[in-house]
Write a protein that binds this ligand. Sequence first.
Ligand SMILES: O=P(O)(O)OC[C@@H](O)[C@@H](O)c1c[nH]c2ccccc12
Length: 258
Amino acid sequence: MPGVLGRIVTERAADYRDADPHLGPARPAHRRFEAALRPGAAGSTVETLALIAEVKQASPSQGAIAALDPAQAARAYAEGGASAISCLTEPRHFGGSPEALRAVVAATELPVLRKDFVVHPAMLREAAEWGASAALLMVSVVGERLPEFLDMAEHLGLDALVEVHDERELDMALAAGPRILGINNRDLTTLHIDLAVSPRLMAHARAAGFGGVLVAESGYRTPADLRGVSGLADAVLVGTSLAGSGDLAGATRALLGR
Ligand SMILES: O=P(O)(O)OC[C@@H](O)[C@@H](O)c1c[nH]c2ccccc12
């Protein structure tokens, strides 16, 4: 696996090399994250797009974004109209931590996504234990093991956001029958963003008969940016432009056109 993504995945695999792979008891599926993103669930937004707002303190492309208090950030996003919260837990490149996720879960009623490079079953067990409603599964990372990881998430009562960046990954994802599909506009090997990726792959997914929830991810800054996926996406995942704004509630409202 090339580039930045390869380095991070190697590090996360090393972090969890000796972790206990047991998932523990089955947990009921609440599907709270999925329900928050369903068409119309966001209700009052101009574009009817649901917003997943991300607690993101740093990134490989930006370096430091902002030193956030995760609980305060989550409350501000909720106040601004977000439908769900994404919280990074990757520590070296994104400034995330388990504590950040736990704090976000405690601070808000909104469903929370564990945003990390899931390479080991223990990472899903942790997500459930920490109170997350969902976990990210990247096809570029789990590859052929996607069905296995989807089953594990289901066992733990977690919704899975299955992320793809190109047609090949999309076809692999569709074959596994995900309920929630995220299209990342950012190529994580080069960090290059192209907002045309989401509309292209969303049209492809719908044409292939995908009837689940579609999430457009990365690089969105303005209401005008969102117009490119309105009518195609059910939800949009936004981190940097909100987290670095200095006024998280105001920036969230502004992005949603309120
Ligand atoms: O900060 P942005 O450009 O608004 O992007 C948010 C989110 O899409 C991005 O953080 C992301 C999408 N998929 C990922 C996988 C790993 C780490 C991070 C990500």
